[in-house]
Design a protein around this ligand. Sequence first.
Ligand SMILES: O=C(O)CCC(=O)C(=O)O
Ligand SMILES: [Fe+2]
Length: 322
Amino acid sequence: MSMSTVNIPRLDLDTYKNGDAESRKQFSDAIGKAFNETGFVTITNHGLSKELIDSLYTQVKALFALPEDVKLKYEKPELAGQRGYTSKGKETAKGFKIPDLKEFWQIGQTVTDGDPVKDFYPDNVYVDELPEFNTVTREIYAKLEAAGTMLLEAIAVYLGLPQNYFDDKVHNGNSILRTLHYFPIEDPDALAPDAVRAGAHEDINLITLLIGASADGLEVLTRENEWFPIKAHGEDVVVNVGDMLQRLTNNKLKSTTHRVVNPPREQMKFSRFSVPFFLHPKATMDLTSLDSCIDEQHPKLYTDITAGEYLDERLREIGLKK
Ligand SMILES: O=C(O)CCC(=O)C(=O)O
Ligand SMILES: [Fe+2]
């Protein structure tokens, strides 16, 4: 076996939030270096208490335990799965033929009436049967949005940009909170040989903050082309770079390929839950690569595109948008 090591630092967000200039600088350097090398960090003191995360999971489990016909009333193909329920077999990782072994529910941005972006965001879908699901996911959304915005400030500093570079671009952005259920496999023999919980993919957005990576299964592809398991401590949140940030930085920050593998056969009958928050900017953000990330050694790799155009292209590729 080769020595494929992946350095995934554990960073304390409180040292950035409440630290002095020196600690903030160290935090920026550490997250920037990790995003340049492997695209992943784990974060403690992210602002979500254990009680909040526990009540999130209680609600997520209750949601997916609802009868199939109840869940299906909340499926909105016309919204490309961007709000409400997406049933089994709908999302296929780019380049794969067999859909992922999962079902999910997505919650989007809420802005006040009269806000200029209000018309661009479909209303959220509320679960009539579980009022608390709606309130807890809304709270989680707001807290992860705040943590993510702070992380982007630290990244802006690493990139030599003004600390507030991303602030107006992500304010009222098109972020998505996805609650995921990798359902039990009752008959592993009936499974297509290449059917997996989540096929190898890169995330579309700027950064992803993931709750629930304390359960086995998440793996990242190393530079040596080997799969390496990621396991977060307890309530830590895993944060990774998505394709929009990779594009903006002309590959200086890496949107690393990852996947969720199936458990060993004897554990196939158990569910796995996770909750990623895909932090998106507003559709108008220009993803043209930064001049500071282009030079002779790093020629410009991408065409210029806005976040909105890019998202549409990607949703078509994964089968959610027709
Ligand atoms: O469930 C996980 O641990 C990861 C999910 C994921 O990568 C995704 O939904 O993009
Ligand atoms: Fe992902």
